[in-house]
Design a protein around this ligand. Structure first.
Ligand code: 5GP
Ligand code: MN
Length: 338
């Protein structure tokens, strides 16, 4: 749902005097999380506020070209400075997530902050911590919502080429390059306006998708070799062990998008990737679906996770083999939905 007029008034009043503002994306930020926070940050600084993006942890190299990247504070790397910023902030925007727990180690610092909160997010079941909660699960991306947010403030004239590039990036990555069902005519209208404002679409696609390392492509080869199909459940899954990652000089973001290869198989409507993470002692999972099968519900029920109907994440504390065995044992319960 769009922001109501009361919320718009509250935001206008919160921004009517110069504020110290922190903008927070979720842990393991993706293109939408970084694009939305950096675009909003540039806008707020141009309006005379002192705004900074504080990300819970590092993000992939293919997002490092985003305008404003150099000023991002990484909580895990410089915890003291980040904590100070949060504690002294008047206002905190949380973007592209629905609960403090999605910020990992930052959860407690945010929960005890004295600032007012504004949430802008498109995930299901938002928590209730913000003075203004702009939540719309029908939206393609938080970046599209930031555009609508600025529109509600009658501020789209302030979108420059840098901000346009940030917003374009998040809409592009969260819609799988404009192919997921969340992509609407309005999404394309927003994209059109962003290109008109200077977003170099072709350049952005190349920056995000054409900067692979040779080892990353070889890791993709391993993932595809490991792909298994369960035709009776229209399901495909991929596994990657820590050793397979180590043998291919794994860098953050290298496995982004791998899960979609499962979903590209004819007749498959549910795809999962299980990635072993020895440092955190977990199996990290990405889940994707086509149609009505809700991976949000599946991840919430079985894997301490969540997300959207067709894209979600979660984790398991079992070993990789045990996790996969358990996953296979759960599927019969969903036979009528798959
Ligand atoms: P991805 O699989 O690309 O990491 O994430 C897919 C979607 O699920 C994203 O919208 C992401 O924010 C969400 N997501 C990923 N991991 C988790 C998780 O552990 N918990 C919750 N609640 N959402 C997640
Ligand atoms: Mn998003």
């Amino acid at each position: 749902m769009p922001m109501n007029s009361n919320d718009i008034k509250t935001v206008q009043s919160l921004l009517s005097t110069s504020k110290s503002i922190v903008i927070v994306p979720h842990k393991n930020p993706d293109g939408d999380a970084m694009g939305s926070t950096l675009a909003l940050c540039k806008y707020l600084n141009a309006q005379g506020h002192t705004a900074v993006v504080v990300a819970p942890n590092e993000y992939p190299h293919f997002l490092k070209w985003l305008p404003g990247n150099d000023d991002v504070i990484i909580y895990n790397a410089t915890t003291k400075i980040a904590t100070q910023k949060i504690e002294s902030a008047d206002l905190i925007f949380t973007l592209d997530f629905n609960d403090f727990s999605r910020t990992g180690d930052m959860e407690q610092v945010l929960a005890s902050a004295s600032a007012d909160f504004i949430m802008i997010d498109h995930h299901q079941q938002p928590s209730n911590y913000a003075k203004v909660t702009y939540s719309d699960t029908s939206m393609s991306s938080t970046c599209e919502m930031v555009y609508h947010f600025l529109d509600a403030l009658q501020a789209t004239d302030h979108i420059d080429a840098d901000m346009a590039a940030c917003l374009y990036t998040g809409i592009m990555t969260d819609t799988g390059s404009f192919r997921f069902p969340s992509t609407t005519a309005i999404t394309h209208e927003v994209i059109s306006k962003l290109i008109a404002k200077g977003a170099d679409n072709s350049h952005i696609h190349r920056n995000i998708y054409d900067t692979n390392s040779h080892t990353k492509l070889q890791l993709l080869g391993v993932a595809l070799k490991n792909l298994r199909i369960l035709p009776e459940f229209k399901t495909a899954y991929i596994t990657l062990t820590q050793k397979e990652l180590d043998d291919h000089n794994f860098q953050k973001g290298d496995t982004e998008g791998f899960v979609n290869y499962g979903l590209s198989l004819k007749g498959i409507i549910f795809a999962v990737i299980f990635i072993e993470n020895k440092a955190d002692n977990i199996i990290k999972m990405s889940l994707r679906s086509k149609g009505d099968f809700s991976v949000n519900e599946f991840a919430r029920t079985h894997y301490h996770g969540g997300g959207h109907t067709n894209a979600a994440g979660g984790k398991s504390d079992l070993s990789l083999k045990e996790t996969v065995d358990q996953f296979i044992s759960i599927l019969p319960r969903y036979k009528d939905k798959l």
